[in-house]
Ligand binder design. Sequence first.
Ligand code: ZN
Length: 162
Amino acid sequence: MYSTTDLKRPPEKDIVSTLQPLILFPMSKNKKYPIEKTEEAWKAELSPEEYKILREKGTEFPFTGKYNDHYEEGIYHCKGCGVPLYESKTKFDSHCGWPSYEQCIEGTLELIPDHSAGMLRTEIVCANCGGHQGHVFSDGPTKTGLRYCVNSASIDFIKKGD
Ligand SMILES: [Zn+2]
């Protein structure tokens, strides 16, 4: 009988190093989005911090973003292209230091496997412009069980009625 328990798993660090070459060119680098701009155009439009996060997949320091502790009624839009991504009613206080949502507006985000930093995470990017938003985790405390962990620099809030 063939038993899966007989399989020897390589040490964790070997798995990571095996995956490393694959992540040098993440899928989103080759993919075409409805909104495509040159790096120069993005740089001209975004602040240095926004560019680093949206276009170079950076992460802002926790508890520093302007929407971390922000609870007004309205819609959070992509900072890169302006499409609505999250509704205020789906935002919750995760205490993790970044704006957190239990869901996004349907179909507005693309999920990409992210093996960087020695972790297996799921990156979220705007499906319209490819702008990096953050990551989605399955440890959400609400009924969706999800936590969309987003950089404040990746989004723009528009208050209801504005
Ligand atoms: Zn966008």
